[in-house]
Design a protein around this ligand. Structure first.
Ligand code: WT7
Length: 650
């Protein structure tokens, strides 16, 4: 990575009120020197039913306790809807673009209010109360956002599960948070293909029942009109139910620290964790980052291409933009349908000003050729964003030169599900850009690099990325397992939040994320534990053992490489490879499809039985000249076979 290409802030990147570098430096210093004063002031950017008198009460030591604005009361849906009604009731809140380019919908703030109130009343009618967990398993349609906001209106805690996850994954998540109310659709629609959401939900409900979690009601949105199964008394049509209730619903008064949502994410061990976010601090942080990182101005058309099933969709399709009274575009489809020009056609069609997507999409579109881009105008664009994985400088330059025509800034935003909002990022009017660097911390964020022993690294350094103090948007706990929260994030380097990412800091103090340093994969921006893929593989009856590692992949960032040892008597074959791929897709979902499967008679283990992943990673990368010391292996002979049969020969 070279620091040579610097793109200086252009005067044309600034509009009235855009934060400049002087302001960034001052605010940043203030936020670090006196967080109480800084966040005490910025906390008032949202409306409180009862103002807070306390601001920050947090500790990364011992039991780890994170509280912000702890005596304040508010309602999230009130902040995202009601408070805008007077000024912008007729402004479009959600601008929906269907999978089919002929389909779109515009939902004004007034309409959003009615839809959310009605849905909140339906949930109440079915017995959903403050604190209850509601699972949302939806395609990218406005009803997904209505569902999230309706939960927040009555104080229910939503758990959105990505529509691409399998029935097993959905069932596990329903069980973990003991959710008895599910909102879904008959089918999803993406790239012209249907996804059997209701059918998957039924299978998930059966899995939940076997684990003694009984789903009482399923609310079903009619999306495709496809044929589905039905359990009378349990299943209800969304449209029919909404028509039968009042169009207004008083927002519940919530404490700042009442839970808003649970979102499951993968770690290096065990099952996915339920990341718990609460209300006040989360909304302050999501709305403030949305405003300043994207330099959002009133009237802008803002588009984040993520799915609401991921945290990016939560914070930067729904909560951040709506809290700011924005018009947020929600896209049901995929970047390459009907063709690879779709993103730019949508930008032109809806006059999009701010566009936020993932490196994996940028790389795929770059590969399709400039023609798909240059035949569109894109003249309304003012800013481009990137999130989800490190963006390689080549893709960055293409995004900047071809998509942005060297005219507009790119914000490369680093953050995680656990963080609630963006932590390291340029501010477009303040930060000179370097392709591939997420640049500098947002207000209130204190990054620290440490070596593997926890020694703090100063100045230019390469290490493990920690954050040393709390910010308002951070997760509060792992749902139902506070011990796991402490162990996962605060035990490796005590007193600090450890991100799991490696990172370099250059001479200008810019941060360059180098990727995960734990056993977590990032495949096309989707996060996945190697342990999850391994347990899916060993659940197959022909598999005795499996070890999974990532390897560099041109389009996906990382590919999934699986070493599989078969049961005695089973023969390796291409057919079995296909069977195992299909099996993992069924267990987790298509995003976890293995790219490479290598049948291995044995895995490299230490004498105590620990698999030496370092060796497996090297072989998967086709870089076995530097395997290091293999003498501690119980059977050093297995390495030769692994090298011989590697699947990534260059
Ligand atoms: C992991 C978090 C919240 C964003 C969506 C993914 C990687 C994310 C960047 C970036 C380099 C990035 C990190 C992080 N990541 N953004 N701009 N540059 N790496 O959220 O699923 O919780 O994954 O994504 O490795 O730890 P997530």
């Amino acid at each position: 990575m070279s620091d040579t290409n610097i793109y200086r802030v252009q005067p044309s990147w600034k509009r009235e009120g855009t934060i400049d570098n002087e302001t960034y430096l001052k605010w940043y210093a203030d936020s670090i020197n006196d967080p109480d004063a800084f966040w005490g002031e910025h906390g008032r950017r949202i409306d409180w039913f009862k103002p807070y008198t306390k601001v920050k009460n947090t500790s990364f030591e011992g039991d780890v306790s994170i509280k912000w604005f702890e005596d304040g009361e508010l309602n999230i849906s009130y902040n995202c809807i009601d408070r805008h009604l007077e000024k912008r009731g007729d402004q479009v809140a959600i601008l929906w673009e269907g999978d089919n380019p002929a389909e779109d919908r515009k939902i004004t703030y007034k309409e959003l209010h009615e839809q959310v109130c009605r849905l909140a009343n339906v949930m109440k009618k079915h017995g959903v109360r403050k604190g209850d967990r509601v699972t949302i398993y939806m395609p990218m349609i406005p009803e997904a956002a209505f569902a999230m906001l309706a939960c927040s209106r009555i104080g229910a805690v939503h758990s959105v599960v990505f529509g691409g996850f399998s029935p097993d994954a959905l069932g596990g998540r329903i069980v973990d948070c003991e959710s008895t109310f599910v909102i879904t659709a008959d089918e999803g629609l993406r790239g012209g293909r249907t996804i059997p959401l209701k059918e998957n939900t039924e299978k998930a409900i059966d899995i939940a029942a076997k684990n003694f979690v009984m789903v009482k009601n399923v609310l079903v949105v009619r999306r495709t009109g496809g044929k589905i199964g039905w359990a009378t008394g349990r299943d209800f049509w969304y449209d029919e139910e909404l028509a039968s209730v009042e169009p207004t619903c008083e927002p519940e008064k919530m404490n700042a620290e009442d839970p808003l949502f649970i979102l499951y994410t993968s770690g290096s061990t065990g099952k996915p964790k339920g990341v718990l976010h609460t209300s006040g601090g989360y909304l302050v942080y999501a709305s403030m980052t949305h405003q300043h990182v994207f330099d959002y101005h009133d009237g802008d058309i803002y588009w984040c291409t993520a799915d609401v099933g991921w945290v990016t969709g939560h914070s930067y399709i729904v909560y951040g933009p709506l809290a700011n009274g924005a018009t947020t575009l929600m896209f049901e489809g995929v970047p390459n349908y009907p063709d690879q020009g779709r993103f730019w056609n949508v930008v032109d069609k809806h006059k999009v000003n701010i566009f936020y997507t993932a490196p994996t999409a940028i790389r795929a579109l770059m590969g399709a050729g400039d023609e798909f881009v240059t035949r569109s105008s894109r003249s309304t664009l003012k800013l481009l964003g990137s999130v989800g994985e490190p963006i390689n400088p080549e893709a960055w330059e293409w995004y900047y030169n071809v998509v942005g025509e060297k005219r507009i800034p790119i914000v490369d935003t680093w953050w995680q599900t656990e963080n609630g909002g963006i932590l390291i990022t340029p501010l477009p009017g303040a930060t000179d850009l370097k392709p591939g660097s997420a640049t500098r911390p947002f207000f209130g964020v204190k990054p620290q690099l440490v070596d593997n022993e926890g020694n703090v690294l100063e100045g230019v350094a390469d290490g493990n990325l920690c954050i040393t103090d709390a910010w308002p948007g951070m997760m509060r706990t792992v749902y139902g397992d506070h011990k796991r929260f402490i162990e996962t994030y605060f035990s490796q380097y005590p007193g600090r939040y450890f991100s799991g990412d490696g990172c370099r800091r250059d001479a200008d103090g810019y941060y360059w994320i180098t990727g995960r340093v734990d056993d977590v994969l990032n495949v096309s921006g989707h996060r996945m534990g190697t342990a999850e893929v391994e347990s899916a593989l060993v659940a197959h009856d022909k598999v005795s053992e499996a070890a999974v590692v990532g390897y560099p992949h041109d389009l996906k960032g990382q590919g999934i490489y699986c070493y599989v040892t078969l049961m005695d008597g089973e023969e390796p074959s291409d057919e079995l490879r296909k069977e195992l791929v299909a099996h993992v897709r069924k267990e987790i979902g298509p995003i976890a499809s293995p790219d490479k499967i290598q049948f291995a008679p044995g895995l490299p283990k230490t004498r105590s039985g620990k698999i030496m992943r370092r060796i497996l990673r090297k072989i998967a990368e086709d870089d076995f000249g530097s395997l290091g010391d293999t003498s501690t292996l119980a059977d050093p002979g297995v390495v030769d076979d692994l090298i011989e049969n590697r699947q990534n020969k260059h």
